[in-house]
Design a protein around this ligand. Structure first.
Ligand code: GLN
Length: 199
């Protein structure tokens, strides 16, 4: 059973821990570099990306996170977590840093004021069956992607789910819906990566 961490600096950590446990992973919060070193994969939750970025710097996690992601640790970011995985933010706040890992440019709070929070059915490549219920909360979208990024879903012409190698990201929050298929997809990615390392 893979051991999956949830970056627990800020955001909806608890919901991800519950969703991962439901998707047959052992899940635990990660706040320190020693805890990061122990996990097979990591979820970066929704919340506020500027705050997560600043706390990651304060806790000495920016470089360890960048190193593990660059070394191929499976990682899944939702909403603010998607922003953290972007190689570039179109409109960063001052002092806001990302971890990178996905060759994409993101636009924060992209869906606009009138539509700050909404739900929509989203068909996601790799998730069988009915579309996923996409919960969007002051959500980013992906403005553009590089050639090695696979677009997994769009909403109204905007990219809202992507994968590059072992990095997965969604603009929306499956951890808030009780539908654990995206967490199961990610757990599968972690299983595959762990098996490869052990072989
Ligand atoms: N708007 C937030 C940000 O820029 C993300 C919101 C979310 O995670 N629900 O970080």
């Amino acid at each position: 059973t893979p051991l999956i961490g949830v970056l627990a600096l800020q955001g909806d950590v608890r919901e991800h821990l519950i969703a991962l446990a439901a998707a047959d992973a052992v899940a635990r919060p990660v706040r320190r570099p020693e805890e990061l070193a122990e996990v097979d994969g990591l979820v970066i939750p929704g919340g506020e990306s500027t705050t997560i970025s600043k706390l990651a710097a304060l806790f000495g996690l920016l470089e360890p996170l960048r190193e593990r992601i660059a070394a191929g640790m499976p990682v899944y970011g939702t909403c603010a977590g998607l922003i953290m995985l972007a190689d570039k933010i179109l409109d960063p706040r001052s002092g806001q840093e990302t971890l990178g890992g996905i060759d994409m440019i993101v636009r924060r709070n992209a869906f606009g004021r009138q539509n700050e929070s909404f739900e929509a059915a989203v068909a996601v490549t790799g998730v069988d069956g009915d579309p996923v219920e996409g919960v969007f909360i002051r959500a980013p979208w992906v403005e553009s992607v590089g050639a090695s990024v696979e677009v997994l879903a769009e909403h109204e012409g905007h990219i809202v789910a992507v994968r590059q190698g072992n990095a997965l990201a969604t603009s929306f929050h499956p951890e808030l819906t009780g539908d654990h298929r995206l967490h199961a997809l990610f757990t599968g990615m972690v299983r595959t990566a762990t098996a490869r390392t052990a072989a």
